[in-house]
Write a protein that binds this ligand. Structure first.
Ligand SMILES: [Zn+2]
Length: 240
């Protein structure tokens, strides 16, 4: 859907008329595009006034989006969509006294944090939770797939990697898995584990590697396509 474009104090705004009751203003990744959804018949001058009133808020959030997008980090704002094991959840941040807590509840990823917790701190809490999710899942995946591949990892670890889903040290037999895999579907974790285990038998990505991988996991190409296609998720949030 495309709407009219208006410019307000140097900020380009897409105005979309919909059969809704209330105006909605959103700043969207990846570049901080501003969109106003307005009830049909709303006076454009009313929209211009609203945008002008919110212009500082808009600019602040545009800067924030651009900065975070550069690092590939979530924004940690209620309403933002995040992924857990390939399923989309809406982030809800609840400030309340007591210990921080992360729970999944009917389509919501709820983070309960002490009042005044910064976005960076909240992001670290969520990363810690993703790490625990992976730590729980990996042993079972190894148990199932090591006999299938015919190779075993001596140990494993989780870390953030910019350009790889996994890696392995052939000399020590240790495999590393990307923390991001907790956001992807469980089939992706299996695929990456099988890929790294196969490297323990064959270093490169040559014909022998592909043959061994195909024997262990005949649908690895489809899994790889899905994983690579999932890299950028449209995270959208709206003005609270
Ligand atoms: Zn590889």
């Amino acid at each position: 859907m495309t709407g009219a474009h208006i410019e307000v104090d140097g900020v380009e705004v897409e105005l979309v008329y919909k059969s809704i009751k209330r105006l909605r203003l959103s700043v969207r990744p990846p570049r901080g595009e501003v969109r106003v959804s307005a009830p049909i018949g709303t006076d454009p001058q009313f929209v211009v006034r609203l945008v002008r009133e919110r212009i500082d808020w808009i600019r602040t959030h545009q800067r924030r989006i651009q900065e975070l997008q550069r690092h590939g980090s979530p924004l940690m704002i209620t309403g933002e969509r995040l992924y857990v094991w390939g399923r989309q959840y809406q982030l809800v941040i609840v400030e309340r006294p007591g210990r921080a807590q992360v729970t999944l509840d009917a389509g919501h990823l709820v983070l309960r944090v002490p009042v005044g917790t910064t976005a960076d701190r909240t992001r670290r809490l969520l990363d810690g939770w993703y790490r625990i999710e992976l730590q729980r899942a990996i042993p079972g995946v190894l148990r199932v797939w090591e006999p299938v591949v015919g190779a075993g990892a001596t140990s494993w670890g989780i870390r953030r990697m910019r350009t790889q889903w996994g890696s392995c040290n052939v000399a020590t037999g240790k495999i590393w898995l990307n923390l991001e895999l907790a956001r992807k579907d469980p089939e992706s974790l299996e695929h990456v584990v099988v890929h790294e285990l196969t490297h323990l038998l064959e270093r490169g990505h040559g014909p022998r590697f592909k043959q061994l991988l195909g024997q262990a996991m005949p649908d690895w190409r489809a899994r790889q396509r899905r994983l690579n296609a999932s890299v950028v998720h449209p995270d959208i949030w709206e003005l609270p």
